[in-house]
Each structure stands twice: as structure tokens, then as C-alpha cells.
Design a protein around this ligand. Structure first.
Ligand SMILES: [Cu+2]
Length: 363
């Protein structure tokens, strides 16, 4: 008598998975190709919401905010990952999302440009983007509809950091990471959706991570730290970011590693640009970093404002007259905490705005 043999489905599945894994490992070992075998599938949700943020003293600004915050959430990936992002437009105007720095090889329809690669996502509608992150580095994402308003003065941008498969020796030394997204504001349109950002309009507030001094934050370090700052030109003006007391080694431009990294004390961050700099924190004290376009150091003409931070070394005494003596410290203002937490999408509560009520959305 032949005994009927039954194998539970789960066991079959498990053995198939194990066999595939062994095949993959063998393939990788024999060929040295690790790319596709280790690519992760990552799936995220992004909403676009109408909220207002307090960008500076006296400036409450209505924005179109990814997940209700400006900057938008940090998206952290690894080179080669396959990404799916579901975007829900909860606002009163159309938008798209462009993944700036992703080359969209073989996936040009995912490039997020209205009337070129897709129809804009209408109010109340959703859209799913699928693409492979074929380039590592400091990337970002932003709307591509009426960019002079939505991107320049309405906060539709966020960071997307793609780790390289093979970081340099210096990159491996980094002990502290920070993301600095530069932009400007036009207060006459702060409360008027659908207007602003035209050539005749003048920016009167200037910010890093959507806040102007004193609403910005210090970067707390200790001697021996190796700090990487990723500057992103998210707005419409060039910002000359000048760090006191230290040499900044520019290692990457627009996510690409430089064959000859070079030292600067001022980084020119223009619209769309990204610069990665690595700084050896070896000079204890309190050192400012600020925009050297002097008028950017004001809030609506009043000094001191704008995109300012201070490197506060551990152990340095703060005098009573120090501007940030009583500052409530947010260690994640430059996404420094999120950047230690691996891969995924990271919201940040302090960046969240207040919901703009229905009926008050338009002028
Ligand atoms: Cu938009």
C-alpha cells in the first residue's frame, strides 16, 4: 500500500523561500552582484494638507504640507530600493510629486511633471508613484505644479536620502548628520493660496528647514564629532551658507561624490542644488553659521533673523547674554535623530502645522 504523503502548505512555502534564498546567496557569491538581490520594497503614504506654520516671529504662513509638515517627512532609502508612494491630495489645488535626483530609468511616467508625464493630482484625488532609486545621495522631493508658488513659498518639499552601497572611508567616520533645506517666504501672500512667487514679488523672510532665527535651532556637538551637513536649495534664491571657525569639506554635489573634495568656509546653495559637507568638529566654542547674503539675515527687514544656526559644543558655558541661553532644544530640527533610525519615512511633530479650517482656505 502506498502511503499518501501530505506536506503542509506552509512547509512547502518555507522550503521554497529557503531554496530561493540559497540560490540568491550563491548567485551573489559567484557573481559579486548584490544589487537586485538585496533591493527592498518600500511603501509609504504621503498626504498633502493645508496647514499654517509659524515660520518666524510675526509670520504665520499657509502652506501645502506633505503629511501636514514643512519640511516634508524624511524619506530614507538604500541605493537600489524599489519604492511605492501613495499620494493623497487633501488640498484645494492640484499638485504632483517630482522625485528630484531619481533618474527614473525606464519609468519616466513616474517623474511627477504635470502635462508631461501625468495629469496633476486633483483636489480629493490620489496617485501612486512607483520607481527604483537608481542613484544614491542627497535627493529631495517637491511638487511640480505652479512651482513658483507651491515650491518657492508654499513649503512643498522634503528630503530623500539614499545611502550608497559603498560609502567612502570618510563617510563611514560621520558621527552626526544634519539636513538643511533653504527657502524664502513672501509675507504679502502668507494667507493667500494660489498667489505669489511671481517675478515682481519680493521675498522678505529667509529660512532653514522652514524657520527663521530665532525659531531655528542650534546643532549640539562634542569635540571629535564628524558632522555631515546636507544642504538642499528648496526655495528660489541662492543662500551663501558660511560656517565660522571650521573648514567644510565639500564631498558631494547633487548627490554625486566629487573626485576631488575641496575645503570651503562658505557653501553656495542655489535653487535645486545639494551640497554634502563633512566637518571635523575640533574647535570647541559657540560658532554661528549663517547666510552671507546679508539681507537674508533679516525677518521682514528686522535684524537678526533668517537661516541661522549655532554650533554649541558640549561643555562650553553659555553666558547670560547668549541669544539662545534659554532655548528649548529640539535635537531633531535637522533630522539628526531620524537619521540614526535606519530606513523608512520619518514624520517630525515639531514641523507640523495647524490645520487650515474649511471655508477659510481661500482668500
Ligand atoms: Cu503643488
Amino acid at each position: 500500500m502506498i502511503r499518501k504523503m501530505t506536506i503542509p502548505i506552509n512547509t512547502l512555502r518555507a522550503s521554497t523561500v529557503a531554496r530561493n534564498l540559497i540560490n540568491t546567496l550563491t548567485f551573489c557569491f559567484l557573481t559579486g552582484v548584490y544589487t537586485s538581490s538585496w533591493a527592498e520594497q518600500r511603501e509609504f503614504n504621503l498626504s498633502i494638507d493645508e496647514v499654517s506654520i509659524e515660520a518666524a516671529p510675526g509670520l504665520t504662513n499657509k502652506v501645502f504640507a506633505f503629511n501636514g509638515q514643512v519640511p516634508g517627512p524624511l524619506i530614507r532609502l538604500k541605493e537600489g530600493d524599489d519604492v511605492m508612494v501613495h499620494v493623497a491630495n487633501n488640498t484645494t489645488l492640484p499638485h504632483t510629486v517630482h522625485w528630484h535626483g531619481v533618474n527614473q530609468t525606464g519609468s519616466w511616467q513616474q517623474d511627477g511633471v504635470p502635462s508631461i508625464t501625468q495629469e496633476a493630482i486633483q483636489p480629493g484625488e490620489s496617485y501612486t508613484y512607483k520607481f527604483n532609486v537608481d542613484r544614491p545621495g542627497s535627493l529631495w522631493y517637491h511638487c511640480h505644479v505652479n512651482v513658483w508658488e507651491h515650491v518657492a513659498i508654499r513649503g512643498m518639499w522634503g528630503p530623500m536620502i539614499v545611502d550608497p552601497k559603498n560609502p567612502s572611508a570618510l563617510e563611514k567616520e560621520v558621527t552626526l548628520d544634519a539636513i538643511l533645506m533653504m527657502s524664502t517666504w513672501q509675507s504679502p501672500y502668507a494667507n493667500v493660496y494660489g498667489k505669489g512667487g511671481n517675478p515682481q514679488d519680493v521675498s522678505d523672510y529667509f529660512s532653514v528647514n522652514a524657520r527663521s532665527f530665532p525659531f531655528t535651532q542650534p546643532i549640539r556637538v562634542k569635540k571629535g564629532d564628524v558632522l555631515r551637513m546636507r544642504f538642499i536649495g528648496a526655495g528660489d534664491e541662492t543662500h551663501q551658507m558660511h560656517m565660522h571657525g571650521h573648514d567644510m569639506l565639500i564631498t558631494h554635489k547633487d548627490g554625486y561624490p566629487l573626485t576631488s573634495p575641496y575645503y570651503v568656509d562658505t557653501v553656495p546653495v542655489g535653487p535645486g542644488e545639494r551640497y554634502d559637507v563633512i566637518v571635523k568638529m575640533n574647535n570647541p566654542g559657540l560658532f554661528i553659521m549663517h547666510d552671507h547674503v546679508d539681507k537674508h539675515m533679516t525677518n521682514n527687514g528686522a535684524s537678526m533673523g533668517g537661516p541661522v544656526t549655532v554650533f554649541e559644543y558640549e561643555g562650553i558655558k553659555m553666558n547670560d547674554w547668549y541669544a539662545w541661553k534659554s532655548k528649548v532644544y529640539d535635537p531633531n530640527f535637522f533630522y539628526s535623530v531620524s537619521l540614526t533610525q535606519g530606513y523608512g519615512l520619518f514624520n517630525s511633530a515639531p514641523f507640523m502645522g495647524k490645520i487650515v479650517e474649511q471655508g477659510k482656505r481661500r482668500r
